[in-house]
Design a binder for this molecule. Sequence first.
Ligand code: 4NP
Length: 148
Amino acid sequence: MRILMVCLGNICRSPLAEGILTHKTQDLDVFVDSAGTASYHIGNLPDNRSIDIANKYGIDLTDQRARQFSEIDFDNFDKIYAMDTHNYSSIISIARNQNDRDKVDLILNETNSKSFDSVPDPYYGEGDGFQKVYSMLDKACDMIVNKL
Ligand code: 4NP
């Protein structure tokens, strides 16, 4: 099973999602990666605030480098999770066929909560934004693992 997490910059939300799901699937035959729909941060480490919150839970993100999502990812992954509705639309807009589109879902569709459809972008925010994002992704990744 190959799972790709996608956000905009690939430095805040999807690196966290990658780190959390990798951590939860250590004993399973699952490959997890992440990418961004935008090119701004290609080659960069995750944002320090994502690195810090992951560290708090014993997860290391410092081997990750940002990359941009491309249509080849539809061939290389079984499941592609978008962090928000904007990312979802960007991914769908480059899908080549129905098989590609069928791989794409909003990550929060995996949780039972109907309160949010998008993981809020914490990049320009302050305070506990990264903690909130961590908690949302942790729950969603538990649900993903339960279905594997
Ligand atoms: P991410 O957050 O999509 O969760 O990685 C962002 C990172 C950078 C920018 C926007 C969102 N940016 O505009 O540079």
